[in-house]
Ligand binder design. Structure first.
Ligand code: C5P
Length: 221
């Protein structure tokens, strides 16, 4: 079974996707982490963020992999655990440029489909319902106001111990800019699939969002 959860930056996708995957005993796949890891690899190797060939060669060399450690999902580039490092504002600021490259998308989408073909998944991203898994049993599109998403991101930074000098207004600006780039790129832009259920999480608790999605899953069975 495939469950697709898409939506703009910091709409709460990964938080609820993880809970739902845990409740259903499915595997959670964070596709944003794969594009972030590609961006991290480019930065580490001093490769220009627009250099598709260079980044692809570096990814082939380092390999992006999900691994489980102490019950937590971690993302690796080669032997290095980069789970935390891919969440920094610098990676967030550049990931949209890397994720717009055709060759990078092709590679990531093929890895994502491969994983979804092997197990039951809850997959979150921007193009899961429209492109990666167009036949997913359940498609959810999560939205929330930019202000509430910026507040969540700020809280998330604190919880992860990521130090940032950014103000709430600056975070809001960054989120809006990333959404703009992700929705206006040529390939698989951020867009609600026609058959997706839209949920506005602005004034909902995490539990309420989870319950709403679980009831959509029940309806589909
Ligand atoms: O979900 P997250 O904010 O970690 O995603 C980081 C970036 O990766 C997005 O802003 C977008 O550029 C890219 N992305 C994508 N397609 C996906 C998931 C993420 O292009 N399915």
């Amino acid at each position: 079974m495939q469950i697709a959860i898409d939506g703009p930056a910091s709409a709460g996708k990964s938080t609820v996707a993880k809970i739902i995957a845990h409740k259903l005993n499915f595997t959670y796949i964070d596709t944003g982490a794969m594009y972030r890891a590609s961006t991290w690899i480019a930065r580490e190797n001093n490769i220009n963020y627009g250099d598709e060939k260079g980044i692809l060669a570096a990814i082939d060399h380092e390999q992006i992999e999900f691994k489980f450690k102490n019950g937590q999902q971690k993302i690796y580039a080669g032997n290095k655990d980069i789970t935390q490092e891919i969440r920094t504002p610098d990676i967030s600021a550049n990931v949209s440029q890397v994720s717009a490259l055709a060759g990078i998308r092709e590679k990531m989408v093929s890895l994502q489909r491969h994983m979804a073909g092997e197990m039951n998944v809850v997959m979150d991203g921007r193009d899961i319902g429209t492109t990666v898994l167009p036949h997913a049993a359940v498609k959810i599109f999560l939205v929330a106001s930019v202000h509430s998403r910026a507040e969540r991101r700020m809280k998330d930074f604190k919880e992860r111990g990521i130090k940032t000098s950014q103000s709430l207004a600056e975070i809001e600006h960054d989120i809006a800019e990333r959404d703009y780039k992700d929705s206006h790129r040529q390939l698989s832009p951020l867009k609600k699939a026609e058959d997706a259920t839209e949920i506005d999480t602005t004034s909902m608790t995490i539990d309420q969002v989870v319950e709403t999605i679980l009831s959509e899953i029940k309806k589909s069975q």
